[in-house]
Design a protein around this ligand. Structure first.
Ligand code: BTN
Length: 244
C-alpha cells in the first residue's frame, strides 16, 4: 500500500462500498481500501445487485478528493483504464480488453468487472469523499447478468487469487490517480477511445426512461456518450448502458 493508505480485509460483509461510505460519513477521511472475501449484498450500478461469490475480487477505495479531482468526470475512465492495465499485466491480450461506456471493462466482448463510484460533497463536519468500488470476476462467472459475463479463469485458464489481483490493481489505480491533472482530459478521452468497445457501431442504448438504438460516436470531453440517432440527429447521454 502507498504510505498513509489503510487496507482492511473483511472476510464477509454486505458490500465494501457500504462499509467505505459508512467510514467516510464518520468524518475525517483517511485513504482506505476495504477488501472483502465475500459480499452478501453487493451493489451494482443503477440499483442492480452484484453477484459476489468467494474467489472473486470485491474492493472499495475511500479517499478525499484532491483539488485536481474536485470534478469527478474523469474518474470512471481513469478507473476503467487502471483495471484494463491490470488485466493486461495479468496476461490478457491488449486487443481483447476493451472499455465500455461508462465504466465497464470487457474481455472478449464479455463483462469481467464492474465499477461503482459513489461520492459525498463537503457538508458540516465532513470534508466530502469519494468511494470507488470495484468487482472483478476471477474464479466465478456470474450467470443471468444483463450483459454476458466472463471471468479471468475463463480467459487465462488458471485461477488467480483476489490478493494477487488486488495488489496490482491498487498500484495501477494509485499511479493513475496520482498522475492525473485536469488538463489531461483530452488525452484521457483519446486513450479511453483507443480501446473503447463498440465505437462506430449501432447499439441498443438503455437509459432510465427509454430504450432505443443509436450509433455510438464517441466520448465527449465532459464524459457524455455521443450518439447518432436513426433519424440522423445527435444526442448525448450522461447515464445509461450500452448493449450489443
Ligand atoms: C456494475 O454494476 O457494473 C458495478 C458493480 C460494482 C461492484 C463492486 S464489488 C465491490 C464494491 N462493493 C459493492 O457493493 N459494489 C462494488
Amino acid at each position: 500500500m502507498p504510505q498513509g493508505t489503510n487496507a482492511f480485509f473483511i472476510p464477509e460483509c454486505d458490500s465494501t462500498n457500504t462499509l467505505a461510505v459508512e467510514a467516510g460519513n464518520k468524518g475525517k477521511v483517511v485513504p482506505s481500501w476495504f477488501i472483502a472475501g465475500k459480499q452478501n449484498a453487493g451493489r451494482g450500478r443503477r440499483g442492480r445487485p452484484w453477484t459476489s461469490e468467494t474467489g472473486n475480487l470485491f474492493c472499495s477505495y475511500l479517499f478525499q478528493p484532491s483539488a485536481q479531482l474536485s470534478n469527478i468526470t474523469p474518474l470512471p475512465f481513469i478507473v476503467a483504464l487502471a483495471l484494463r492495465d491490470t488485466l493486461i499485466a495479468l496476461g490478457c491480450h491488449p486487443e481483447q480488453v476493451k472499455c465500455k461506456w461508462p465504466n465497464d471493462v470487457l474481455v472478449n466482448e464479455q463483462k469481467i468487472s464492474g465499477i461503482l463510484i459513489e461520492s459525498s460533497t463537503a457538508h458540516a463536519g465532513n470534508t466530502g469523499f469519494i468511494v470507488i468500488g470495484i468487482g472483478v470476476n476471477l474464479a466465478h462467472t456470474p450467470s443471468g447478468t444483463q450483459f454476458i459475463a466472463t471471468s479471468l479463469t475463463d480467459i487465462l485458464d488458471k485461477t488467480l487469487s483476489p490478493q494477487t489481483v488486488f495488489k496490482k490493481l491498487a498500484k495501477n489505480l494509485a499511479e493513475r490517480l496520482q498522475s492525473w491533472t485536469q488538463d489531461q482530459m483530452s488525452l484521457l478521452v483519446e486513450e479511453w477511445s483507443a480501446c473503447a468497445w463498440g465505437l462506430g457501431n449501432r447499439r441498443e442504448i438503455r437509459t432510465n426512461d427509454a430504450t432505443f438504438h443509436a450509433r455510438v460516436m464517441g466520448l465527449a470531453p465532459d464524459g457524455a456518450l455521443k450518439l447518432k440517432l436513426d433519424d440522423g440527429s445527435s444526442k448525448q447521454i450522461y447515464a445509461g448502458d450500452v448493449f450489443k
